[in-house]
Write a protein of this length. Structure first.
Length: 215
């Protein structure tokens, strides 16, 4: 079993989606729990990818290929995880702010967060502030993550913070901001909670919040 999990993790890191899928099926057929396969085979592989990405040992294309391999495995596991009653550690609402159509960074953060065991609801691009808030309330999410790549759309992040205040949920949600022009000082100036410069650290921060630790 340990050998199979190790091979699954290594194949995921290399982005071999077909091999990962076959190994996940082999483990399922062998009677292993979906949670064990997820944690020891898939998430362990994404942990390595996250660490290497953070250390600049691999780059965005490598992460995207590994994430595709992980998705191939989790697609098989999802119905089993539900039947086993396995819950995500938390829910994140993510999207690119209104007026901004960039999504590569957002997609990368989404994959990294999923690799940490979070349920991520991706609203896509050009998302109005109200949509972030409505979805957070509907899904009982504790984290809102918003991305902007244009200096002209960064102001929309303040609209999201303000909308959370108006909806009466500001003290219930952690608002994360990110994107190339965004800085820690900007995040503080608009009243956001967390800014991280890259996808790997953003995912770590979100996982810490979900687990009740200080990010």
């Amino acid at each position: 079993m340990e050998e199979l999990m190790k091979r699954m993790s290594e194949s995921l890191q290399k982005g071999k989606a077909k091999d990962v899928k076959a190994m996940v099926q082999e483990a399922i057929d062998g009677g292993y729990s979906a949670q064990k396969i997820l944690n020891e085979g898939l998430l362990s592989g994404m942990e390595v990818i996250g660490a290497k990405f953070k250390a600049n040992e691999i780059y965005v294309p490598d992460v995207l290929i590994a994430a595709r391999a992980m998705k191939a495995g989790t697609d098989l596991l999802r119905p089993l995880l539900v039947s086993e009653g396995v819950e995500a550690i938390g829910t994140v609402i993510i999207g690119t702010v209104k007026g901004d159509l960039h999504d590569i960074g957002k997609n990368l953060v989404t994959m990294m967060m999923e690799g940490k065991g979070l349920e991520v609801i991706d609203l896509g691009t050009d998302v109005p502030a109200e949509k972030f808030i409505e979805t957070a309330i509907e899904k009982k999410a504790k984290i809102i993550a918003c991305s902007a790549l244009l200096t002209t759309t960064m102001g929309e992040m303040k609209s999201i913070v303000d909308a959370a205040v108006q909806a009466g949920i500001r003290d219930q949600v952690t608002i994360m901001v990110g994107g190339a022009p965004v800085t820690d000082n900007f995040a503080k100036s608009i009243g956001a909670d967390i800014y991280q410069p890259d996808a790997a650290t953003a995912a770590e921060a979100a996982a810490s919040v979900a687990l009740g630790k200080s990010a």
